[in-house]
Design a protein around this ligand. Structure first.
Ligand code: MG
Ligand code: ZN
Length: 241
């Protein structure tokens, strides 16, 4: 019996959006209007590339970014939840699929000592250039019309599950924990034995409720959460069964 836990990162594991938090490093902790207004729907990675270039031009360097990013608060109960998962790796594989980037997520997970809880982290690859600028790239290309250009979380999840199948691992259940609009695509690929766990009051939960109202509900069961402790309690029940 093996469960796959899939976590979104921003506003799920951490209680903030990492791409917004980095703006604390900018002069006066804000972006120029022109830059802020330059975001085009579905082109988030390009937008963040411009933000990172601006930070680089403003003289913000790696150590300052790291110091700022590792002060982001975890969502209530998430530290306990990740501790619990780390102690029960016989039952749980655990991955993150996020539209943040590898540098931010590495910093935050390592600072909190959670990097070993995760089997894999799928997110936009980022690196510091020789000149000290943070650069970020699209995670992959895909043909999903519903998702931003750089990342379809459904495709990532399906590829991961296929890869594990080839290695002889078949999951009893997939449990997907998230909050955002880009978590809906993978959630609609879940089957009836799986569990979607949308965060109470956030976009994903509203979208899932709307689908039920429209008589087109998701196939999986749905468990709304506000704290990681509620998720933890449910995982305890699962491994007792
Ligand atoms: Mg999120
Ligand atoms: Zn998609």
């Amino acid at each position: 019996m093996k469960f796959l836990l899939v976590f979104d990162f921003d506003c799920t594991v951490i209680d903030e959006n990492s791409d917004t938090w980095i703006v604390k490093c900018a002069p006066e902790e804000k972006l120029p209007n022109k830059l802020r207004n330059s975001y085009q729907n579905g082109h988030w990675t390009e937008y963040m590339s411009r933000v990172f270039r601006y930070l680089g031009d403003s003289g913000v360097r790696e150590d300052e970014m790291k110091r700022t990013m590792t002060t982001i608060p975890f969502t209530t109960g998430m530290r306990d939840l990740l501790d619990f998962i780390g102690k029960n790796k016989d039952f749980f594989d655990c991955i993150i699929i996020s539209d943040s980037n590898t540098v931010f997520i590495d910093w935050i997970l390592k600072a909190a000592n959670f990097h070993e809880v995760l089997d894999e982290v799928f997110t936009n690859p980022a690196t510091f250039s020789g000149a000290g600028y943070l650069t970020v790239q699209n995670f992959h290309t895909h043909h999903c019309a519903k998702c931003p250009k750089n990342l379809c979380k459904r495709k990532v999840l399906e590829e991961f599950v296929d890869k594990k199948l080839q290695q002889g691992v078949k999951y009893t259940k997939i449990i997907y924990v998230g909050d955002g609009g880009n978590d809906l695509c993978p959630v609609t690929s879940l089957k009836k034995d799986d569990i979607a766990m949308p965060r109470q009051g956030y976009t994903l939960q509203k979208m899932i409720s709307q689908m039920s109202e429209d008589l087109d509900p998701v196939q999986s069961s749905v468990l709304v959460w506000s704290s990681g402790i509620e998720i933890l309690s449910h995982l305890k029940l699962l491994i007792k069964e």
